[in-house]
Structure formats: structure tokens, C-alpha cells
Design a protein around this ligand. Structure first.
Ligand SMILES: [Zn+2]
Ligand SMILES: [Zn+2]
Length: 70
């Protein structure tokens, strides 16, 4: 897998900036969202999600905790 040849899976225009932690697709900076995930044992780690996974409680544990956007 060569990152330079690939395009962001969501907008299909920008070069991938990172890999979605949830679904593993390459996404550009504009289509990725940063989250800090807590594991429940006191450990947290940074993760990037695509715009689909960021709101999916099955993928992003933080989505279930957050107030719905109005
Ligand atoms: Zn994009
Ligand atoms: Zn994703």
C-alpha cells in the first residue's frame, strides 16, 4: 500500500492524511476527526476517525457519550 497513490476515501480528492481507526480507510485531514479514546482502565490513546465512524457509537465509543449535535 503506497499512500501517495491513494486518495481520501471520502472526498476522493485530497491525499490521505491518516487511516481511520474504525474502518481502516485512508482519509484526508479534512475528512478525519481526532478523538481521544478511553479504554476504561485509565488508559487513553489518540485516534483518528473518518466522518462516518466519528458518529457511529459501534465504532467510536465517544459518540455514545456525546450530546447529539443540534
Ligand atoms: Zn477527504
Ligand atoms: Zn471510518
Amino acid at each position: 500500500m503506497t499512500a501517495e497513490e491513494r486518495k481520501c476515501t471520502l472526498c476522493n480528492r485530497e491525499k490521505p492524511f491518516t487511516i481511520c481507526t474504525g474502518c481502516g480507510v485512508p482519509v484526508c485531514e479534512g475528512c478525519s476527526r481526532f478523538e481521544v479514546i478511553g479504554s476504561g482502565c485509565g488508559c487513553v490513546w489518540p485516534a483518528y476517525y473518518c466522518l462516518k465512524c466519528i458518529d457511529d457509537p459501534m465504532t467510536n465509543p465517544n459518540a455514545a457519550l456525546r450530546e447529539p449535535l443540534k
